[in-house]
Design a protein around this ligand. Sequence first.
Ligand code: PMP
Length: 405
Amino acid sequence: MSGIFADRTTINSENRLAEMFGGNLGKDGIKFSAGNPDPELFPVTQIKKAFNNAINEYGNQIFEYQTISGFKKLRNYLAQRTIHTEDIKATANNILITQGGQQALDLISKLFLNNGDGIVVEAPTYVGALSAFEQYNPCYYDVTLKEDGLDLEQLELLLQAHPDIKLLYTIPDFQNPTGVTLSLNKRKKLVKLAEEYDFFILEDTPYRDLRYKGSRLPSIKSFDHHGHVIFVSSFSKILMPGLRIGWITADKSIIDQLSKLKASSDLETSGILLTALNQYIEDNNLDTHIVEMLPIYQKRLVTMLEVLDEKMPADVHYTRPEGGFFIWLTLPDVIDTQKLLNETCIPKDRISFVPGKVFYAHKNRRNSIRLNFSGVNEKQIKIGISKLAKSIESVITANKVETLL
Ligand code: PMP
């Protein structure tokens, strides 16, 4: 039967992506299509203890309804962390705890976007964000992503031409899917533009603490003195995604509005999980856990770049991220990477990646690839990337022959 369900099903999670592009690889396949942290790095023993300690400490209370904005002690901790690591003024009243960063994206879209409202997105950008925005039927404006982040000249022309633009979505640190980081000057300039053209910036930062090289840049929000920036983060990549805990930092007036919307959606994030997470943070050092993961991911990134440097044909270009989970490859224009995946990489090489076109609001670009390095070991990287390079080389050669004929 058609017409019963509203048309709101989109690709909306890393698991779904990995399933769509390479779910059928089997045991020996090598998946560069995932986007998740390595489960071997989850501090399972400490989390188990934290659950026990939290139940012993809070008793039945932990199983009760709690508050919409989330366990106060955890919000206090996040406010302190925001002050110390981000140089952003915050109290618990500026924090709303959400079901992962994903719910934050949904709630912010719900608050800001009416049918047809303008939203600027990076081209390419995170699919889950597109799927959250799409529920509210916005009008997308793409801005090209350069080596140092958003093309601000292009953005300013758009802002001049479209005063209806309300929101700009950016992932400034080790962007998903490209690994690109927004430069310091552009961070400052972006806030100035938001003030001048009166729009809000949604700064999404799940990879921010996963820097393997170079020094940390200030958040965009740290330059915001008039409340134009909404900062979103998550425990998914720095701890474990199964907790489904993220948070929003913004002016109290915005947090109050978002809290009402959250209540309509789920009343509150599970108090059991929040209390246990808070207990984990009290009993352990989260920063030590993060620092211990860095060399492991760094080694995978370095290995992937080394094999790419050694094996990829000269007309394939790729980013050189300083953190995060992803590298972005741009192939010659004529190559359709979805076709490459379906016809060669999955059936013959038994490797997978995500074809770049899914990451665009306007899905007309077909010659790019997102590679994930956080979920594969060095051996898999060496074998898998060598195979990918060979297959790409064959398609490039075949195309050259075809154009000669
Ligand atoms: N934003 C970005 C850029 C992401 O890559 C992800 C997850 N892949 C999310 C938000 C959502 O993550 P979570 O809901 O697990 O916090």
